[in-house]
Design a protein around this ligand. Sequence first.
Ligand SMILES: [Mg+2]
Length: 198
Amino acid sequence: MRAVRDDLGPAAHLMVDANSAYTLNDAELLQGLDAFGLLMIEQPLGRDDLVRHAALQRLLKTPLCLDESITDVERAEDMITLQSGRIINIKPGRVGGFTQSIAIHDLCLRHGIPVWCGGMLESGIGRAHNVALASLPNFALPGDLSPSARYWERDIVTPEWTMDREGMVRVPRDTPGMGVQVDIDRLENLTVRREVLE
Ligand SMILES: [Mg+2]
């Protein structure tokens, strides 16, 4: 972090994601990250460590963001009650879809907890859902809404997702449904196995 901060300068927005790599025994090490002015430290401890995250948050100036811990709106309530973190990363696939995602968003809005939309290398179809979700008002932090070309030679939707020079993805509000069309030819071209549900 020191090398990255030195290279990018004090104004760059930086955050780190630990993917549960630490335990409370590492609290002193994690306190050292306060010096780098991070937006957040994401999920330093284990998925079930809501109480330990609360203990860690009390020791840190940097906000903790929970990702893997938040599997539904009840876990988000627990985080708020226990003060285990100050930010939530909402991934629809992790929390069980849009109903839970919106419920977590609304809960966090009421409690002054900003949220952002994480990604897991979605195709353009998953990206469509994340873009729509991230257009809600309490998605106050930049999301993992990268353009199709960042990961895919050719996406499975048309038009492909793009990002403008300011790093913004346009929400296709004037197009019904997902806002993009599934590129059936591309999908056929990539299909390795087919299963029909009657
Ligand atoms: Mg994460």
